[in-house]
Design a protein around this ligand. Structure first.
Ligand code: CP
Length: 367
């Protein structure tokens, strides 16, 4: 099913024209507003330049006669279910593959394949490209090779082999589907509507976790809020700064949208006057090759005086802020249950908007 011309991969939002982000955001909001008939509502005009006008969802939608194959190298609840539903909702067929579970395990290297893996990733992706119109791939960070992870080297190996568009379903460095859904939720909260209205203070707050989690969500959340023109603060302990290239990219996006990006190691001060708190854990980049040091650094923080857990008293420092998290999360470690149960928590709406966002992304690819 090789297509002519450049493929519309979505590895991250930095590598597609800004107009595509804007159009997909409008379409996600329109799908969320119940736009079964996508010819109406806010998204139609924004999408008009990029799309052929494919509108309806369901059997006669833009996915009719098309197939989506989802490759999940890592676990998922939201992404897997919502991506399957998004494809079906647009009228496409969908197959989900978990390498090594009911399929062959895939080898990646050039060494003779003497191990347990029976198939090479290049053949696997080549074969699936013959069946599918779009490949969705979830492939987390190695957690040990910083340079490979920050360049999404393994995902790019797949796009180099695929002859159909690839959608990143969370890689080492980016989670574009989550970013689009989060942006839609922020828009619904009244932020980033353009013209400087509803700019809002957005705080990405580092959170404790027993494992060193990857950077894809924090990187993507900061970039999304900056694109919306929000006043972004990354609140994190010393030694847990985000990648400087991501901060630079976020500042460049903020410069274009009227927002700003700052960093702080004072969580309480960062919460002052915040409109949105987005909690997320991630590992320290400086200890990538030293898991023992990384674990010690995280444990010291959890057991220290400032636990970095989001609590109701901390939320009381804010301007009645919304609480966001991409999920899954560990209650009592990342955030207390009373915060999750409060009317300010929008984590379930974020999960819902994954479905709407991914419909928008597939629609763009097929337009
Ligand atoms: N937020 C998110 O991507 O959830 P899953 O890992 O469950 O897909």
């Amino acid at each position: 099913m090789k297509t002519e011309g450049p493929l519309r991969h979505l590895l991250n939002w930095n590598e597609v024209p800004a107009g595509v982000w804007d159009a997909c955001l409008e379409r996600a909001l329109a799908f969320g507003a119940g736009a079964a008939d996508a010819s109406g509502a806010a998204g139609a005009s924004a999408m008009a330049g990029a799309s052929g006008g494919a509108a309806r969802t369901g059997a006669a939608g833009p996915g009719a006669g098309r197939e989506v194959v989802l490759l999940f190298f890592n676990d998922s609840l939201r992404t897997r279910v919502s991506m399957e539903m998004a494809a079906r909702g647009l009228g496409a067929g969908v197959s989900t593959v978990v390498p090594g579970q009911g399929t062959w395990g895939f080898a990646w290297g050039d060494a003779p394949m003497t191990g347990t893996e029976a198939e090479h990733i290049e053949e696997a992706v080549g074969v699936l490209s013959r069946y599918a119109d779009v490949l969705g791939v979830r492939l987390f960070a190695s957690g040990t090779d910083l340079e490979a992870d920050r360049t999404d080297a393994r995902l790019r190996r797949i796009t180099a082999t695929a002859s159909v568009p690839v959608v990143n379903l969370e890689s080492a460095w980016y989670h574009p589907c989550q970013a689009l859904a989060d942006a839609a939720v922020l828009r619904r909260l009244g932020f980033g509507g353009g013209g400087g209205a509803g700019r809002g203070k957005f705080v990405l707050s580092w959170a404790p976790h027993p494992r060193a989690l990857p950077m894809a969500v924090p990187n993507s959340a900061v970039l999304a809020a900056a694109r919306l023109g929000m006043e972004v603060t990354v609140a994190r302990p010393e030694g847990f700064g985000l990648d400087s290239a991501v901060i630079r990219a976020a500042r460049a996006a903020a410069a274009g949208s009227g927002g700003s990006v700052t960093e702080s190691s004072d969580q309480r001060a960062a919460f002052e006057g915040a409109d949105v708190i987005y909690a997320k854990s991630w590992g320290g980049m400086g200890r990538y090759a030293d898991p023992a040091a990384e674990e010690a650094a995280r444990l010291a923080l959890v057991e220290g005086p400032a636990s970095w857990r989001v609590t109701a008293p901390l939320m009381a420092q804010t301007k009645n802020a919304a609480f966001m998290h991409c999920l899954p999360l560990r209650r009592g470690m990342v955030v207390d249950a009373d915060v999750l149960r409060s009317e300010n928590a929008v984590h379930l709406e974020q999960a819902e908007y994954r479905l709407h966002a991914q419909k928008a992304i597939l629609e763009w690819i097929w337009s």
